[in-house]
Design a protein around this ligand. Structure first.
Ligand SMILES: Nc1ncnc2c1ncn2[C@@H]1O[C@H](COP(=O)(O)OP(=O)(O)OP(=O)(O)O)[C@@H](O)[C@H]1O
Length: 564
């Protein structure tokens, strides 16, 4: 009634009042129009009073659903913390409620305004409908057709945006391993793809926003222009000037704002509501974590090179390597320091580790054993000299190939939430079941697998002891295809028997093994021992070194004392 009276009273005030010189009648009609606006106030108030009856049940249902899902997930052994649950419970349900309220208000307003305006236009002159209705209907049909793709674009954008967040988090968490595996470029490439997808999704949203603007223009602005263009014809048809002004009042003051509001609210709040309801009603319990999250932490299969003894086309091993002649590792006159201003930790060090050799590196604390492994792995560039990996300078090798050829197992290996099998296949995701089983048997991981409920049961890294983590780290190296394994006190938390089993298993696999030994028993098992002594080094068998290296004798003596 408010809309109807708004245009109708204006038309009458002109046609029956002011244009006929009857000012009093004109003013009376305008008073009627003003009264209609005032009478609309209580109606709007009533609408807001009723609104919660629609929106609160929706919010309650969403909250109940979120809580039920979170509890179900926790009770059925899913990941202990579900960070998304809080967001679903609070902000997402609030957004859903607000969006729904906005939609209800906009739709209500449009329906009543459109009905009042159409009734008013018919009452003034039915010819107005010929001018106003076609663009209005066309705009609304176009807009309705664009709603679904618009919601999909919004969905795509949210997914892409979340993927960027997840990748950033995963990259940060796996930074150390990424560097250790030489997977920086691969990680950067995957991150770049995620960012580009988010940007593309945002551009798609912008295109749909342009379509929405076009629809608003068609449904809201085109009737104004058409009405202007049709005015001479309408006047010739006998329509009064006041009625034309009344029609403009309907279009400009009622239809245009209502269409604009409806389309804006549907395009923004509607799409948001669609996406959030879609998320909140998804089957959350028992879902496995998003694969992208873990894929980000593993090298891709093409990072992994080949089984020892085979050479894939494209693997940049020189001919000497294929023939098995190139040493696994060579250090030629290496001088290494952690900072240009820092004293050298290694100085003029020559070392050759042939394929199949088991080398133990020993020396006092802080002497440079870990530094040596960093240099060997290509993670610390020597200030002088050269490091060669399988016959080629390590610096020349692409990080992917470097990662495929050598593995550095740290003292505290990274174990991620996932199955034990996936953890073991971390460095070789395509490892077959028999290969995994062989590693499990060789490393004696059976009891750990049993305790965790099998190889395919998801484990919680926080429940693992340091020794169990180390066992997983060493098993990864065993399962990998790398030709050079570098263990940096990687078995120090294992008991001596388990350490012996692990070292024997690693030694029996093809390739060379360099172990920074925590216990001197490692040196006894090794083919050769390297004793670091300041910037000097001694190299030989256990027996040879006992005979000619005082520091080694000291170390063995201290170790024997400590044991007894
Ligand atoms: N990341 C690093 N940045 C700077 N300096 C380092 C770094 N790692 C080691 N150093 C320094 O290099 C020297 C050799 O340390 P390194 O860890 O290689 O000795 P280590 O023989 O492995 O000792 P430990 O047996 O105690 O582990 C030390 O002076 C140490 O402070």
């Amino acid at each position: 009634m408010q809309t109807f009276l708004g245009g109708y009273c204006v038309a009458r005030s002109l046609d029956d009042g002011f244009l006929r010189g009857q000012t009093a009648a004109g003013l009376l009609w305008l008073v009627c129009a003003a009264a209609a606006v005032l009478l609309g106030g209580p109606v709007i108030r009533g609408v807001f009073a009723q609104l919660p009856h629609l929106t609160e049940p929706l919010r309650d249902a969403l909250v109940r659903r979120s809580v039920a899902h979170a509890l179900h997930r926790a009770a059925t052994g899913g990941p202990a913390g579900d960070p998304a649950a809080v967001s679903r419970l609070t902000s997402q349900t609030e957004i859903a409620r607000d969006s729904f309220a906005g939609l209800v208000l906009a739709a209500r307003s449009f329906v009543f305004v459109a009905a009042g305006a159409v009734a008013g236009l018919v009452a003034l002159a039915p010819q107005f409908l010929l001018v106003v209705l076609p663009p209005l209907v066309l705009g609304i049909v176009l807009f309705t057709a664009s709603l679904l793709p618009m919601a999909r674009a919004q969905h795509r954008y949210l997914d892409a945006d979340e993927a960027v967040g997840r990748r950033a988090q995963a990259t940060r968490a796996a930074l150390r391993d990424t560097v250790a595996c030489g997977a920086q470029e691969q990680t950067a490439e995957a991150n770049r793809r995620a960012v580009e997808e988010a940007a593309a999704a945002q551009r798609a949203m912008a295109r749909w926003a342009a379509v929405r603007t076009l629809c608003v223009a068609t449904a809201g602005q085109a009737p104004v222009l058409l009405l202007l263009a049709a005015t001479p014809w309408l006047l010739r048809e006998g329509v009064g000037a006041g009625a034309v002004v009344g029609a403009f009042t309907y279009v400009l003051q009622a239809l245009l704002p209502a269409v604009h509001t409806l389309m804006t609210v549907l395009g923004t709040a509607g799409a948001r509501l669609f996406v959030i309801l879609d998320r909140l009603t998804q089957p959350l319990p028992g879902q496995p974590p998003a694969p992208a999250q873990r894929a980000a932490l593993r090298p891709a299969p093409d990072d992994l090179g080949t089984r020892p003894g085979h050479t894939t086309p494209g693997t940049p091993d020189g001919p000497a390597t294929r023939a098995g002649r190139a040493p696994a590792l060579e250090l030629l006159g290496v001088r290494a320091a952690w900072h240009p201003a820092a004293p050298a930790v290694l100085d003029d060090l020559d070392l050759t580790v042939e394929e199949g050799l088991h080398l133990a590196v020993v020396g006092p604390s802080g002497i440079g054993k870990s530094t040596l492994l960093h240099v060997a792995a290509g993670l610390l560039t020597p200030r002088q000299g050269e490091v060669r990996l399988l016959g080629r300078p390590v610096a020349d090798r692409h990080p992917h190939h470097r990662a495929a050829l050598r593995v550095l197992v740290p003292q505290e290996p990274y174990v991620f939430t996932g199955t034990l099998r996936d953890n073991l296949r971390y460095l070789r995701p395509d490892a077959s079941r028999p290969d995994v089983d062989a590693t499990v048997a060789a490393l004696g991981i059976g009891p750990l697998a049993d305790r965790l409920g099998g190889l395919d049961r998801e484990l919680d890294p926080q429940t693992l002891s340091l020794g169990e983590r180390q066992l997983i780290g060493v098993a990864r190296a065993h399962l990998s295809t790398a030709r050079l394994l570098l263990l940096d006190e990687a078995t120090c938390h294992l008991d001596p028997a388990a350490e012996a089993v692990a070292e024997r298993a690693l030694r029996e696999r093809p390739g060379a093994l360099v172990v920074v030994a925590h216990r001197l028993s490692s040196a006894l098992r090794a083919d050769r021992v390297l004793v670091l002594d300041g910037t000097r080094a001694h190299f030989g068998t256990h027996t040879e070194l006992l005979a000619r290296c005082a520091l080694y004798r000291d170390l063995v003596g201290h170790w024997n004392d400590a044991r007894t």
